[in-house]
Design a protein around this ligand. Structure first.
Ligand SMILES: NC(=O)c1ccc[n+]([C@@H]2O[C@H](COP(=O)([O-])OP(=O)(O)OC[C@H]3O[C@@H](n4cnc5c(N)ncnc54)[C@H](OP(=O)(O)O)[C@@H]3O)[C@@H](O)[C@H]2O)c1
Length: 250
């Protein structure tokens, strides 16, 4: 089996309707995975599924609002059903990133960010990792951010939510690794996506602080995620892989 061969595997990709998640879905499907794509936007979900099917791959879309705890539990069960009784790869990619001063974050925004960025991955791992463990294999990749590793003004809420996910990555590696389930994370730097489009030049300014001096492409970030999900990373557990143009190194 080639290292990037996902034949026979079902992969659940949250936030597969846009940006990094869509590219991950495309790459996993190209590797032979049956990809279950999720997001709220059914039109964009259908577009991802169509793109995969047109290339000869297998995909399904499940619409879900990850801020809704009951809906997330339902998603896990649906993904197993649609995936033929198993989910072998879970990519916790969906995320929200409202930036701004701490004093301007209201309770509703705080709860919404934590619900999507922390609680939803937690619920999905709780629901799906035990099945992976029972089968003796599985890979989970979480999406963090470079601003989970250093303080940046305006990013207290977002950065702290992803810092929680980084610790969860390590805790889950410890908990599920002995059963053959690998849990890792990718920590992207500034990456041009639908979600960061609104940042315009400020995204480039942020990227200019990295050794590479430029934004990442979704292809580059997805490649890191797919690597960690693949057999090429068969003894890699609990790492936070930066795909950030070297920002965390300097
Ligand atoms: N782009 C960057 O520069 C960058 C840098 C560091 C880390 N990241 C992380 O990488 C991940 C992807 O970022 P991106 O730039 O690709 O984002 P994006 O283009 O904004 O896409 C976000 C995805 O998350 C989904 N999503 C958001 N809220 C949701 C909710 N309540 N329920 C269900 N799905 C929801 C969206 O689906 P719907 O719209 O269909 O609901 C969409 O597919 C995020 O976790 C982000 O924090 C990105």
């Amino acid at each position: 089996m080639a290292n990037s061969d996902f034949s026979g595997q079902t992969a659940l990709v949250t936030g597969g309707t846009s940006g990094i998640g869509r590219e991950v879905a495309l790459q996993l499907a190209a590797g032979g995975a049956h990809v279950v794509v999720t997001g709220r936007n059914t039109e964009r979900g259908a577009a991802t599924v169509d793109a995969i099917r047109h290339s000869g791959g297998a995909a399904d879309f499940i619409a879900v609002d990850l801020a809704d705890a009951d809906a997330v539990a339902h998603l896990a069960a649906e993904a197993v059903r649609v995936g033929g009784g198993h989910v072998d790869v879970l990519v916790n990619n969906a995320g929200v990133f409202p930036f701004g001063p701490t004093a301007e974050v209201d309770t509703e925004t705080f709860d919404a960010v934590m619900a999507v960025n922390v609680r939803a991955p937690f619920t999905l791992v709780a629901a799906l990792a035990p099945g992976m463990a029972e089968r003796g294999h599985g890979a989970i990749v979480n999406l963090s951010t470079m601003v989970a590793s250093f303080g940046m003004s305006g990013m207290s809420l977002y950065g702290s939510s992803k810092a929680a996910l980084q610790l969860l990555t390590k805790a889950w590696a410890a908990e599920f690794g002995p059963s053959g389930v690998r849990v890792n994370a990718v920590s992207p730097g500034p990456t041009r996506t639908e979600g960061t489009d609104v940042m315009g030049d400020s995204l480039d300014a942020l990227a200019a602080t990295t050794p590479a001096g430029r934004v990442s492409t979704v292809t580059e970030v997805a490649a890191g995620i797919v690597f960690l999900a693949s057999a090429a990373a068969s003894n890699v557990h609990g790492v936070i892989l930066p795909v950030d143009g070297g920002r965390l190194a300097v």
